[in-house]
Design a protein around this ligand. Structure first.
Ligand SMILES: [Fe+2]
Length: 242
């Protein structure tokens, strides 16, 4: 369709009322925000773009062995206390869990989930390859009554359309990284994000924000067709139910 070839920026107010369900805004715990001040600036900028809620989802992976549930919960409480009434939006705490050799240990402490029902677990793999045990890990997640949400599937270099469809057949949910659509992760990730959006494979969308720099330009460089905008709106609505 010729109409689908015309792409434009996100309309003003498109993100009004949005909930960011994936961010590294909790400072000093992973490769995301480094200081309290940076995080507050990040939250203020998200607010200026229309976001009214954010989930802090720090990395739980073998590279950050000190990130266990108890430690992260304490740091989150410290952050809330320090921010006090200056907090520009509603916050909740989740986690982003790498499917690596430490993953199965997480069952003991329980997962920091994305939703009120405490069911949705945000999971990621490395960009280059999937751990050979990842499928079993995800099976265990489901056996325990959790629902895996795969973070930014478009960014996995090893993954392609047939694999995404197999994952959907196993009932994993998918979270789009908003900025994949602006090409910041490269052309292949952008093309896969557009394909997956078109195929209706995504369930949620998040910023996966790691730092405050270039937030505005990353958002303004997203160019979408009318159909893509409509599909993205559906994901934003799904986020609001979390
Ligand atoms: Fe992330």
């Amino acid at each position: 369709m010729v109409f689908d070839l015309f792409k434009s920026s996100l309309p003003d107010g498109f993100l009004a009322g949005a909930c960011d369900m994936h961010s590294h805004l909790l400072p000093g715990v992973d490769d995301g925000f480094k200081s309290f001040e940076d995080s507050m600036e990040g939250l203020a900028k998200l607010k200026a773009k229309g976001f009214v809620k954010a989930k802090m989802t720090p990395h739980f992976m073998k590279d950050y062995p000190e990130n266990i549930r108890e430690t992260i919960e304490h740091k989150y409480q410290d952050f809330l206390q320090k921010a006090g009434n200056d907090l520009p939006m509603e916050l909740t705490l989740g986690g982003e869990y790498m499917l690596d050799s430490h993953f199965l240990n997480r069952f003991e402490e329980g997962f920091l989930t994305l939703d009120k029902m405490q069911s949705l677990v945000l999971c990621e793999t490395s960009y280059m390859m999937m751990d050979p045990m990842a499928k079993d890990m995800l099976y265990q997640v489901m056996l325990k009554g959790y629902q895996p949400v795969i973070a930014h599937p478009e960014r996995y270099m090893y993954a392609s359309k047939p694999m995404y469809k197999r994952w959907k057949d196993r009932e994993y949910l998918f979270q789009l990284n908003l900025f994949s659509l602006s090409g910041v992760y490269g052309k292949p990730a952008e093309e896969k994000a557009r394909m997956m959006l078109k195929e209706g494979l995504y369930d949620y969308v998040g910023t996966d924000l790691h730092r405050v720099a270039n937030l505005e330009s990353k958002i303004s460089s997203i160019k979408l067709s009318k159909k893509e905008l409509d599909r993205l709106s559906v994901l934003l609505e799904n986020n609001k139910k979390l």
